[in-house]
Structures are given as structure tokens and as C-alpha cells.
Design a protein around this ligand. Structure first.
Ligand SMILES: CC(C)(COP(=O)(O)OP(=O)(O)OC[C@H]1O[C@@H](n2cnc3c(N)ncnc32)[C@H](O)[C@@H]1OP(=O)(O)O)[C@@H](O)C(=O)NCCC(=O)NCCS
Length: 265
């Protein structure tokens, strides 16, 4: 990863991401009861490495390690919701520090079957490619987890034909694993098919700001590179979001890419 990209976000509040249906936000202590409830689910126990049995204390300990703070940037982690306050899943990226990450996700039984995991995974990967300039994101699952494989494939991951023999460790036992990888261009193809942009045009200055959002720059970095104040940058960003009917910076970049207004290069 370009270290400077991560540096640009240093001290920033973790991003809240949305595609208009699901919202990704950092986990908070109020999520603990819902997390503890979901982690009784047999599928979550079977396919993830959560402790078992899983208690409310386990949920609080996990939240303390993953809520907003400086440490968040080493392993970006979001609570997935369907627009309501209640926690309904998790998606997280474990960064390797050199442009790659491994992704993990789970969705609570009460939100399953509505594309929630697919949408959450797409949002998180899209943000990581744009904001952190990741080059590759990898997905691992125990052989047999067809639902997870389905989710990963829908987002654009290429699942390798060969199994990674004894490639995953779960509670002290080794299991054969599927492995998939996603490059930025794979994700854009998926998004482009699904949400063509037909919105209004941007001013040249707004295009310059959008290009920098696509390059993963923070408001501070944009203000420095264009020689304008951070407040002016914020106003441009607000206007861009309004014009593209985007719900977040990432959403604006995705719509901008799909509409040919900017690119990820
Ligand atoms: C995997 C998981 C996150 C999916 O959540 P979700 O919000 O229901 O997922 P989505 O609705 O976005 O997509 C699920 C897809 O799998 C399909 N699916 C569901 N059950 C399936 C099964 N038994 N076999 C194959 N595909 C299945 C669904 O039909 C859907 O595909 P479609 O949209 O083409 O119909 C959720 O089931 C979960 O939390 N499982 C336990 C934890 C886990 O396995 N995490 C991943 C570890 S790698």
C-alpha cells in the first residue's frame, strides 16, 4: 500500500459508508447485546473463529479492540446495519501493510438473504481500493461455505480452482480452504453493471476535487494540492455529493467512475 495514502487518513474519524441500503459504521459498545445474540447462531459458530461459547463479555472485549480510534486504521472494521441503529453484521479488513488485506464478514440471522453481506463487502472493498489504495483483497473460507463463496463471487472475487489444503485454522483444528482474490478492476466491473450513472455534469473544479477523492485524498490533502481552504474543499465535496446523489465520498467516486467523470488510476 502507498503508505502516504494511509498517512493522509491519520487522525481522521473512521468513515461511515453507505450505498443507500446498508450502512457501515464503526462498532460501538451499544452493539454488544446484538453481537452476543448473533454469535449463538450455528452458522457463525461453524464458519468463523469466534470463541465458543460466546458471551456478552466476549462482545465487549471484541468491540474494545475494533471501535473507532487510532488502532482502527490497522484493521478497518465496520458494524453493518440496514439503516436502523441495531448492529446486524460485521465486515473487516486485516491490512498486511504492503497493499493487501484479508477480508472477513458475517451477517446476523435476522438480516440474511437480502444482499446485506454482498452490499457490505462491496462497500468495504470499494472504500479500501479508493481510500487506502489497496492493490488486492483476499478472501478465505472453509471448503463447504457455499453462502460465503456466493457473496464473494457476486462482489467480483475470483475463487481459485485449487483448494488450499489445511489452509485455515479454526479453534485449534486445520481445515481445507477456498481462496479468492479481488483487484480494483474486478470490483468496478460489478458496480458498473449495477448502477449506471445518468446525473448532471460537474464544474471543472468539482472534477478536480472528485479526481482527488478517487485518489483517496483527505480534505486536508486536497486543500493543500489545490491551494484552497479545507472549508472550500468541504463545500465542493458537499456539492458533488448533492449532484451525484451520493450518500458518501466513496459512493460519489463509484458513481463518478461509472459515469466516466473520474477514474481510479
Ligand atoms: C455468509 C453470510 C455473511 C451471508 O449473508 P447474507 O446477507 O445472507 O448474504 P447475501 O444475501 O448478500 O448473499 C447470499 C447469497 O448466497 C446464497 N445462498 C444462501 N444459502 C446458500 C447455500 N446454502 N448455498 C449456496 N448459496 C447460498 C443466497 O441465495 C445469496 O445469493 P443470491 O443473492 O444470488 O440469491 C451469512 O450467511 C453468515 O453470516 N454466515 C455465517 C458466517 C460466515 O460464513 N461468514 C463468512 C466466513 S468466510
Amino acid at each position: 500500500m502507498a503508505t502516504s495514502s494511509l498517512d493522509a487518513w491519520h487522525g481522521e474519524t473512521p468513515p461511515v459508508l453507505s450505498d443507500g441500503v446498508v450502512i457501515l459504521r464503526p462498532p460501538t459498545p451499544v452493539d454488544a447485546p446484538s453481537i452476543a445474540e448473533a454469535c449463538q447462531d450455528p452458522d457463525i459458530v461453524r464458519w468463523t473463529t469466534i470463541p465458543t461459547p460466546y458471551s456478552l463479555d466476549d462482545a465487549h472485549a471484541w468491540i474494545a479492540d475494533h471501535e473507532a480510534g487510532e488502532h482502527w486504521w490497522a484493521a478497518p472494521t465496520w458494524a453493518v446495519t440496514n439503516g436502523e441503529a441495531r448492529w446486524g453484521g460485521t465486515v473487516d479488513l486485516r491490512l498486511d501493510g504492503v497493499g493487501g488485506a484479508e477480508v472477513g464478514y458475517l451477517v446476523a440471522p435476522w438480516l440474511r438473504g437480502n444482499q446485506v453481506a454482498t452490499r457490505a463487502l462491496r462497500l468495504a472493498c470499494g472504500w479500501a481500493f479508493m481510500a487506502l489504495r489497496l492493490e488486492v483483497i483476499r478472501w478465505y473460507a472453509s471448503v463447504g461455505n457455499d453462502t460465503s463463496r456466493n457473496v464473494a463471487t457476486k462482489v467480483g472475487f475470483r475463487v481459485h480452482r485449487d483448494v488450499l489444503r489445511l489452509g485455515l485454522v479454526q479453534r485449534g483444528e486445520r481445515f481445507d480452504a477456498w481462496v479468492g482474490d479481488l483487484l480494483p478492476s474486478d470490483l468496478v466491473e460489478v458496480t458498473a453493471r449495477r448502477s449506471p450513472f445518468t446525473g448532471p455534469s460537474l464544474t471543472p473544479r468539482e472534477r478536480e476535487v472528485l479526481d482527488r477523492l478517487a485518489a483517496g485524498q483527505s480534505n486536508r490533502a486536497i486543500s493543500q494540492s489545490l491551494g484552497i481552504s479545507e472549508n472550500t474543499v468541504k463545500n465542493h465535496v458537499r456539492k458533488i455529493l448533492e449532484k451525484l446523489q451520493a450518500t458518501s465520498r466513496v459512493d460519489a467516486v463509484i458513481k463518478g467512475v461509472n459515469g466516466g467523470l473520474t477514474s481510479l488510476n
